[in-house]
Design a protein around this ligand. Structure first.
Ligand SMILES: Nc1ncnc2c1ncn2[C@@H]1O[C@H](COP(=O)(O)OP(=O)(O)OP(=O)(O)O)[C@@H](O)[C@H]1O
Ligand SMILES: [Mg+2]
Length: 347
């Protein structure tokens, strides 16, 4: 079977290592278009860190999180043991630990869930990190797909309580590094305009590969210049598609055309449904799509309904820091152009 190895990201790895080698201070929001390789990059870095780090990795998309209990159960990895001395428990389980949710004994989890006070949980999280520190190691908390709990409420919005916890463990106590990953650009926009996070976080854009990185990647799998150009023309530097292109090298042209057809059909069905349900919004979406007839990005100063609709449907990506809107991938750009052509022809 063809093994695809992790490619490049040297600059990004360097930047993250620079963060990890300094005292925890700011929360890092890792964002970027869909399937750009955010999770792969963070996992790759985490796997290769030496014994001086302890990584707590929580993927909020792994399970269906619809309420507070679900969130807690994803955040923590339950240990069956019945424990009285939590510090002793942590000192033991944190030995040889890596890459799971935060360890918690079942009896404490049940007790804390009963009290249903999120602050009790957060106090325990701090104890976990302090125990790691006592071992002279650096804790790292990675929360993947944080937007999943963006609207979850316990009295008030859980996400704000969580942001407070993050600020406490980074800027206030310098206890642990915190990375929050998201592919939801509306969520990042919300974070970006959140007053309580000003001066307390940084943003790291993990984008699709640029042309040279894409070329180097494809050359590893013996792509000719012509095959590289074809692949770049359809998929740009979107890693997930490049991997598939390698697998379909012997039928590349067909694969490219099929992929575009699939993407075009998906968007066409979505806009046709919108036309029936909300003709006004449909017109606005179409006008927005037209901005991409000759450009591959457009400026965005206001987040209107058409922006929300296209971003929510994973067609466009919004980078609030650059105030730019662009299709999620080169394939989406081509599909959007085809949609404009088709709809204009019908009119
Ligand atoms: N640096 C890389 N080298 C090789 N392949 C990669 C690389 N980055 C990503 N990929 C490929 O792209 C796929 C998607 O990457 P990944 O899931 O990390 O993206 P993501 O940005 O986290 O996606 P999502 O937006 O869905 O969270 C991976 O399964 C892998 O096959
Ligand atoms: Mg991901």
């Amino acid at each position: 079977m063809l093994e695809i190895e992790f490619h490049d990201r040297e600059k990004e790895i360097q930047e993250i290592m620079r963060i990890l080698n300094s005292r925890p201070n700011l929360i890092t929001f890792v964002y970027g278009p869909i399937n750009s390789g955010k999770s792969s990059l963070m996992c790759k870095i985490a796997e290769e860190l030496g014994k001086n780090y302890v990584v707590f990795y929580v993927d909020l998309r792994e399970r269906f999180v619809k309420n507070y209990d679900d969130f807690i159960r994803v955040l923590f990895k339950v240990h069956r043991s019945k424990v009285k001395d939590y510090k002793a428990f942590l000192a033991k389980v944190l030995e040889g630990f890596n890459f799971e949710g935060l360890p918690i004994p079942k009896n404490l989890l049940i007790e804390l869930l009963k009290s249903s006070d999120v602050e009790d949980f957060f106090e325990y999280v701090i104890t976990v990190f302090e125990t790691v520190r006592e071992k002279r190691k650096t804790p790292i908390l990675i929360l993947d797909e944080l937007q999943v709990i963006g609207d979850l409420k316990i009295n008030d919005l859980l996400i704000y309580r969580l942001f407070n916890l993050f600020v406490s463990i980074t800027k206030k106590r310098h206890l642990a590094h915190v990375f929050a990953i998201t592919s939801d650009s509306l969520f990042i926009e919300r974070v970006y305009s959140e007053a309580m996070l000003h001066g307390r976080c940084r943003y790291l854009l993990i984008d699709d590969f640029d042309y040279n990185t894409t070329k180097e990647f494809l050359e590893k799998y013996n792509f000719s210049q012509e095959e590289i150009d074809l692949t770049w023309n359809y998929f740009g530097g979107k890693p997930v598609y490049l991997v598939e292109a390698v697998k379909n090298k012997d039928r590349l042209k067909e694969f490219c055309e099929e992929s575009l057809e699939d993407r075009f059909n998906f968007i066409l069905y979505r806009v046709n449904a919108l036309k029936r349900e909300n003709p006004d919004l449909f017109e606005k979406v179409l006008t927005l799509f037209k901005a991409f007839e000759n450009e591959d990005k457009t400026e965005c100063y206001e987040i209107g309904d058409e922006v929300i609709w296209t971003v929510k449907n994973n067609i466009l990506f919004l980078d609030p820091r650059k105030r730019l809107l662009r299709p999620q991938s080169r394939l989406d750009l081509l599909a959007v152009r085809k949609i404009v052509e088709k709809v204009t022809a019908i009119k």
